[in-house]
Design a protein around this ligand. Structure first.
Ligand SMILES: [Fe+2]
Length: 96
């Protein structure tokens, strides 16, 4: 696996785990749609890894950039909506 692909795997795994925990903790209403989008990216990453391992590295570099762009759109869209929801419906803080 290329270094760029490995970094993308690490980043997305950490990101998706954090998102999933937040959505479950806050009973996020868009949980299904959000996790479906995560699943599609994981499928693309798995497919990309297979392509890279078969020796098609030039095509893989372009695909990695495409996935990075997709992830940026996801963060600016679905993740922003999630963070807004959590901020508006978060666990109340007890103040003394
Ligand atoms: Fe997400």
């Amino acid at each position: 696996m290329s270094r760029g692909l490995a970094q993308l795997y690490e980043y997305t795994n950490a990101h998706f785990l954090a998102d999933t925990l937040l959505m479950r903790l806050h009973a996020y209403p868009e949980y299904a749609a959000h996790t479906e989008e995560h699943d599609r990216l994981v499928e693309s990453l798995d497919s990309l890894r297979l392509t890279f391992d078969s020796g098609e590295t030039a095509m893989t570099l372009d695909a990695i950039e495409e996935l990075r762009s997709w992830l940026a759109v996801h963060i600016q869209g679905m993740d922003l909506r999630l963070s807004t929801y959590v901020a508006e419906n978060g666990i109340p803080v007890i103040r003394r």
